[in-house]
Design a protein around this ligand. Structure first.
Ligand SMILES: Cc1cc2nc3c(=O)[nH]c(=O)nc-3n(C[C@H](O)[C@H](O)[C@H](O)COP(=O)(O)O)c2cc1C
Length: 386
């Protein structure tokens, strides 16, 4: 039995994943701005809510199915965009897309993915959503949209909350940066770290070192290697998104468009007025600021302000099925996982990605039954206190 099959919680998969990764790679996944307080706030926010189950309801069989943009998915959650996922496990984008397809849940491919959109859309044609960061050059942004459309992608996720790369205190102390690679000062530490994590290192070397950012390769100078493409991305990725950009993207994409990364009710209202079909209340997994309220609290505030008709998605801090149900009760129409499925795929490839989904899915069915709900529509604000 593989180690991931013995995992019974996402926390177990996290431990396995971090054991496999060199410290400097694990720090990148776990780390966040400042001292990482944003990640803790997101997770802790869930602990303030407790279930108030209802009795005497027929809850068998539980049906976790959820319809989003006219498509019926098997569950209330999907997989969110995680950039450069291939550094945690080679071909992580492809493996997560396959796991999402087989579980019938949405998979959002990051705009900074290692797999190109065309590859992922081939693997999971009915489950791939495309996340756009956009480039400084409008022609490049338009080309990215065209590639997604021509690959058959229906849903666009426009991430708007990332004006700068996060300033992590861990990275400042170690001096290790993914963008610049090893330096004379950091090389000995990196080499020792790599030697102490032979599985990851063997996979890395066997595959020719750093994988290329397939999503950006087309735009970098011809013949660029992986590091040059990464440098091109860092320089050309459009970090100065404004409401005018949102208008342009809306005009260019005829299908459903999700704006991801808003937490203030007024911003959400404005995005909807500008044509967003849904907004993901998200603070980028707590990565951007160490002093930010838990994203779940933002969700509750946004839902109270926008009323029931606006479609709201949510991510940030979900590690258990109970978190998904609490988010639903507080107003999320669909939830997404960032780190949880990355832990799975890192720990055990496809099997690990599937294990993460399985664990959350079986716990979701159990918890829904235990609070007296048979379908996701039955979950209401009444099911959680305060
Ligand atoms: C390492 C890492 C990389 C991420 N990369 C992206 C990205 O490329 N695009 C994006 O929209 N969000 C990105 N996110 C944010 C996730 O989509 C999601 O909002 C967040 O991970 C949810 O929080 P959770 O990790 O607690 O589930 C990233 C998050 C992490 C942890």
């Amino acid at each position: 039995m593989a180690a991931v099959d013995r995992a019974v919680t996402i926390e177990d998969l996290r431990r396995l994943a971090l054991r496999r990764l060199p410290r400097f790679v694990g720090d990148y996944l776990e780390g966040a701005a400042g001292d990482g307080g944003g990640v803790r706030s997101n997770i802790d926010a869930f602990r303030k809510y407790k279930f108030v189950p209802r009795g005497l309801n027929d809850v068998t069989p539980v049906n976790t199915g959820n319809e989003v943009f006219g498509k019926k998915y098997a569950s209330l959650f999907g997989i969110s965009a995680v950039g450069v996922a291939g550094i945690y496990r080679r071909h992580a984008d492809e493996l997560l897309a396959e796991a999402a397809r087989d579980a019938n849940i949405p998979f959002i491919l990051s705009g900074a993915s290692m797999a190109p959109i065309e590859t992922i859309a081939r693997i999971a044609p009915d489950h791939t959503w495309y996340q756009l960061y956009g480039a400084h050059t409008p022609k490049v942004t338009q080309d990215m949209l065209a590639r997604a459309r021509d690959s058959g992608v229906k849903v666009l996720v426009y991430t708007v909350d990332y004006p700068l790369a996060p300033r992590s205190e861990v990275a400042s102390r170690t001096g290790i940066s993914m963008a610049t690679g090893p330096t004379l000062r950091t090389f000995p530490k990196l080499a020792l770290d790599a030697l102490l994590h032979p599985c990851w290192t063997a996979e890395y070397l066997r595959n020719g070192g750093l994988a290329k950012l397939g999503s950006w390769e087309k735009y970098a100078p011809p013949g660029s290697n992986a590091r040059q493409i990464a440098a091109y991305y860092v320089e050309h990725w459009n970090n100065t998104q404004t409401w005018q950009h949102l208008d342009l993207i809306r005009k260019s994409w005829t299908g459903p468009m999700v704006v991801k990364g808003l937490v203030h009710p007024d911003d959400v209202k404005r995005a909807v007025a500008a044509g967003a079909d849904a907004v993901t209340v998200s603070n980028h997994g707590g990565n951007k600021l160490d002093c930010m309220q838990g994203c779940l609290e933002s969700l509750a505030q946004v839902r109270a302000a926008v009323g029931p008709k606006v479609t709201l998605f949510f991510d940030g801090g979900i590690r258990r099925a109970s978190d998904i149900i609490v988010a639903k009760a507080l107003g999320a129409d669909h939830c997404f996982l960032g780190r949880a499925t990355i832990y799975g795929v890192t720990a055990g490839g496809l099997r690990g990605a599937k294990r993460a989904i399985e664990l959350l899915q079986s716990d979701l069915e159990y918890t829904m039954a235990m609070i007296g709900t048979r379908t996701v529509a039955d979950i209401t604000r009444d099911h959680v206190a305060p």
